[in-house]
Design a protein around this ligand. Structure first.
Ligand SMILES: Nc1ncnc2c1ncn2[C@@H]1O[C@H](COP(=O)(O)OP(=O)(O)O)[C@@H](O)[C@H]1O
Ligand SMILES: [Mg+2]
Length: 260
């Protein structure tokens, strides 16, 4: 097996605020191979967002280490892109201007950058909305803008924290299909957090199950469904078996946590 793009070794984190101490994550080790799509599932409070922030260099773990392409991650890196549930779009900037913002912060914009951003928005089905303001966009469209903004940086690794969690089921399904198509075309490496087991099975090459409080890794489940994936595949017995396996894994972790 080749050296993974991302590797976390024995990562633990405890939040300390005044006299309140919250252990959030305990001894998590994981790796993500280049071009792999990994999903992390876990109950609310199992440390998913904490893990994602640590992997992306936004938070320093209490102990343990994270490496991207062999280099220790200690701060946010240009090679890592983020998409959060909250779209963080600037309301006074158009979709195009929002997409261009990270680039603009680094260097003066060229016409070529604007063209590239317009083309990227068009590819996401937003060609007609490049000059619209966030208030004129639906939730699904706004999240497409955020995704376009992240992908335009050509990040080596895309980290997503429940990106479609606030959207209705149909929009979410459609966005997941587009996400898969785009990531497949670009061979994008992705680590995505979701609390939907179905979503994880539909998207991922491997599903990591985080459970307990503090959260620890309860299982790593490979998903051998063929690609390109279709929603129909979720109705196959193979998918049903995977979903049951992930549920069982979550339940075991929860039971262990209750005993402690
Ligand atoms: N900034 C913070 N300060 C203190 N405690 C926090 C902070 N962020 C998260 N926590 C706590 O850490 C635990 C894990 O939270 P989080 O990583 O957000 O879980 P998840 O994303 O799986 O819901 C929870 O008990 C939460 O209350
Ligand atoms: Mg979270």
């Amino acid at each position: 097996m080749t050296e993974p793009l991302l590797r976390a070794r024995n990562v633990s984190h405890t939040y300390s605020r005044r006299n309140r101490v919250t252990p959030a994550l305990s001894g998590v080790s994981l790796s993500v191979q280049a071009h792999e799509f990994v999903c992390v599932v876990g109950d609310s409070g199992s440390g998913k967002s904490t893990l994602l922030r640590i992997l992306g260099g936004l938070l320093t773990p209490t102990s343990g280490q994270v490496q991207l392409a062999g280099n220790t991650v200690r701060a946010p890196q240009p090679q890592i892109g983020f998409v959060f549930q909250n779209t963080n779009l600037m309301p006074w900037r158009t979709a195009l201007e929002n997409v261009l913002l990270p680039l603009e912060l680094r260097k003066p914009l060229a016409d070529q950058d604007r063209e590239r951003a317009r083309a990227a928005l068009a590819l996401m089905g937003l060609g007609k909305f490049a000059d619209a303001y966030p208030s004129q966009l639906s939730g699904g469209m706004a999240q497409r803008v955020t995704l376009t903004r992240a992908l335009l940086q050509s990040p080596a690794l895309l980290l997503m924290d429940e990106p479609f969690g606030a959207l209705d089921a149909l929009t979410r399904e459609r966005l997941n299909q587009e996400l898969l198509r785009i990531c497949h075309d670009r061979r994008q490496t992705v680590l995505m957090i979701t609390h939907s087991i179905q979503e994880a099975v539909f998207l991922a090459d491997r599903v990591l199950v985080l459970s307990g409080q503090p959260g620890s890794l309860q299982g790593i489940i490979p998903v051998h469904l063929p690609r390109p994936r279709t929603l129909e595949m979720l109705t196959r017995p193979q998918a049903g078996a995977l979903i049951s396996q992930i549920r069982a894994c979550l339940a075991t972790g929860a039971k262990q946590a209750a005993r402690q």
